[in-house]
Design a protein around this ligand. Structure first.
Ligand code: AP5
Ligand code: MG
Length: 219
């Protein structure tokens, strides 16, 4: 029997809700969330060489070079918790990454589905500038749209909530531009492969989750 794994590629602009939804899908499916942004931030916090390199790009809202990012994802997907597949959050993000990812997952049946979460640009800016993230577990909140029960504290582990360095409005607008230039072409890439599915990200977190769940068939 071939080793089948379920790889879900979550697409969408900054603030579309990829991280929020990936965490819920992780709980629902048992597949780990693999967020390249989170891995870079973890390295940044631990002051590794990778973290220092990534920071110089992230602070501007630019993408970290493909070779570094692809190698990092290869290492992550070789971990035992990813033995049945993964929910990809923020990777692939360029056509070169998408090609490399296809090669990587081909032996396991390839990408299962690529949902794109769609929201409008002003909603992106509103959501991201009000976002707070848990330092301990990475859970994501919004001060108005999705507030924690206790201000400044994570509902799950009471960890401190902080604002990401790249969540200032000017950086967010540059991330949007980078998204349209470098990542939006992936919509056509997965459409051509018959894997793209559109999900309305303007709905509540619960409705978006239900829509995504209906698209994922575990192999
Ligand atoms: P990354 O961390 O991936 O950031 P991003 O793509 O800009 O996306 P965000 O995390 O900002 O948004 P999200 O879609 O996860 O939304 P969230 O769920 O948090 O990347 C950061 C940087 O790392 C990049 O700029 C780049 O430098 C580097 N990088 C990462 N991956 C890379 C790669 N593959 N190659 C090269 N470089 C890479 O939600 C946002 C807010 O909205 C939250 O406050 C949330 O509570 C709220 N919200 C979510 N859903 C809803 C809803 N339905 N209704 C109301 N509020 C909602
Ligand atoms: Mg995210």
């Amino acid at each position: 029997m071939t080793d089948k794994r379920t790889y879900v590629v979550l697409l969408g602009a900054p603030g579309a809700g990829k991280g929020t939804q990936a965490k819920l899908l992780e709980q629902a499916t048992g597949l780990p969330q693999v967020s390249t942004g989170d891995i870079f931030r973890y390295n940044l916090k631990n002051e590794t060489e990778l973290g220092k390199l990534a920071k110089s790009y992230m602070d501007k809202g630019a993408l970290v070079p493909d070779d570094v990012t692809i190698r990092m994802v290869e290492d992550r997907l070789a971990q035992p918790d990813a033995a049945r597949g993964a929910i990809m959050d923020g990777f692939p993000r360029t056509l070169a990454q998408a090609d490399a990812f296809d090669r990587l997952v081909a032996p396991f049946g390839g990408v299962a589905v690529a949902p794109v979460i769609v929201i409008d640009d002003e909603e992106t800016v509103y959501r991201i500038t009000g976002r707070r993230s848990c330092r301990a577990c990475g859970s994501v909140y919004h001060i108005i749209l999705n507030p924690p029960k206790v201000e400044g504290r994570c509902d799950k582990d009471n960890g401190e909530l902080y604002q990401r360095d790249d969540d200032q409005e000017a950086t967010v607008r540059n991330r949007l531009l980078v998204y349209y230039k470098q990542t939006a072409p992936l919509i056509g890439y997965y459409y051509a492969k018959g894997l793209l599915r559109e999900v309305n990200g303007g709905e509540t977190i619960e409705l978006v989750q239900a829509a995504l769940r209906s698209l994922i068939k575990l192999k």
